[in-house]
Design a protein around this ligand. Structure first.
Ligand code: SAM
Length: 357
């Protein structure tokens, strides 16, 4: 049996490796600020600094709970809401400048606000990536073009439901545009391959979603939570998010607080005629239990079997193929159940390689 000292060392090593692993991801995905802070936290943990007290008790948190991102999400929240002005001075998202070393300000925050941080650390990472609509766009346009019908949107794992307003955003890629030209959400897309059609008028008649932990984007708390989990030196993502929150305040959509498995069956049971129903999800599948996945698939296949030309069904998804990608957009449509690979995308959307149909 291991002695207490050995257990303590191994718990510390776990925390340090969680920080270093996430630092690598942040560096690769374009957040040098977070990469630097996570490296500094790892060093501080080993030196017995204030990070140890803040992270104590989290040694056994599951890897998937993204401890490092929860911790810096808590710091970011305090920078955005005015409780950490010295940190905010370094965070571009809070009006600060990404220069000089931010670590001393974060270390002071850890030392002076341990209790607040420990409470905020309990929150799950909750994002809603508006850029993913650029990758889903081709699927929605394809369904509208092929059916000639208005769309009823059914999103599972919808988070704050921002992407239920995808048609109210504007998309631009090398000389081509889609969506609502008056939208405050202006998405610069990097598209290669044959573009989605631009001659299709898409009309959305219903916007319904579910999430086990939905956020209300129209509330101050919901908007702050969503922003706090975007990396503070990624202003483009933040600008899109803030504009989408503005759209959400005027375009209603419903997101029920429930597990997708139970919800989807009820939701697809009675589908109206004259509408094409599009069930969709982005970066959700890996979070569902085996039972929920089976229930979702079963409900979709049952509804697909019952689909007609007057009440067609489509299943659109943007999900990683393996643990680390690539990220693929797939579309299955009924009647018929034909499945197509539409595109490959970056994890946050907007960089999309379209396949020939
Ligand atoms: C990585 S987020 C993606 C959110 C959104 N689809 C997007 O692309 O921005 C995964 C979402 O799935 C939700 N989720 C996890 N398990 C779920 C379940 N069993 N049923 C419904 N939603 C779930 C989470 O709460 C979270 O909002």
């Amino acid at each position: 049996m291991r002695n207490i000292r050995e257990r303590h060392v191994s718990a510390l090593e776990t925390l340090v490796s969680r920080m270093r692993e996430q630092a690598g991801w942040c560096r690769r995905l374009g957040s040098p600020l977070y990469a630097h802070l996570m490296e500094q936290i790892a060093v501080d943990l080993l030196a017995g600094g204030p990070s140890r007290d803040v992270l104590a008790g989290h040694e056994d948190d599951p890897l998937t709970s993204a401890l490092a991102l929860r911790l810096l999400g808590a710091v970011h929240r305090m920078a955005l809401d005015g409780r950490a002005p010295a940190v905010a001075a370094h965070f571009p998202s809070a009006g600060g400048a990404d220069r000089g070393d931010v670590w001393p300000a974060v270390r002071d925050l850890f030392a002076g606000h341990r209790d607040v941080l420990c409470t905020l650390l309990e929150r799950p990472v909750q994002t809603n990536e508006v850029g993913r609509c650029a990758a889903l766009l081709g699927g929605f346009v394809t369904v509208a073009a092929e059916t000639g019908l208005p769309l009823a949107l059914v999103e599972i794992g919808a988070s704050a439901g921002l992407n239920l307003r995808w048609d109210r955003f504007h998309y631009e890629a090398a000389g081509a545009t889609w969506g609502d030209s008056t939208s405050p959400v202006r998405m610069a897309c990097d598209f290669t391959g044959p573009y989605p059609r631009r001659d299709v008028a898409v009309r959305v008649v219903a916007r319904d979603g579910c999430d086990t932990n939905p956020l209300d984007p129209a509330s101050d708390d919901g908007a702050l939570t969503l922003q706090s989990y975007v990396w503070p030196d990624q202003l483009e993502r933040l600008t899109l998010l803030r504009a989408a929150i503005e759209v959400a305040r005027t375009v209603p959509a419903r997101v029920d607080a429930t597990d997708a498995g139970a919800w989807i069956g009820r939701h697809l049971a009675a589908r109206p005629s004259g509408v094409a129903t599009v069930v969709y999800h982005s970066i959700v599948w890996q979070y569902l239990t085996r039972d929920t996945r089976a229930a979702v698939k079963d409900a979709i296949l049952r509804a697909g079997t019952a689909a007609t030309r007057e009440a067609p069904l489509a299943w659109l998804r943007l999900e990683p193929v393996g643990r680390e990608g690539p990220f693929e957009v797939r579309l299955t449509s009924w009647p018929g159940g034909a499945e197509r690979r539409l595109a490959e995308s970056s994890p946050h959307g907007r960089e999309v390689r379209w396949y020939a149909s």
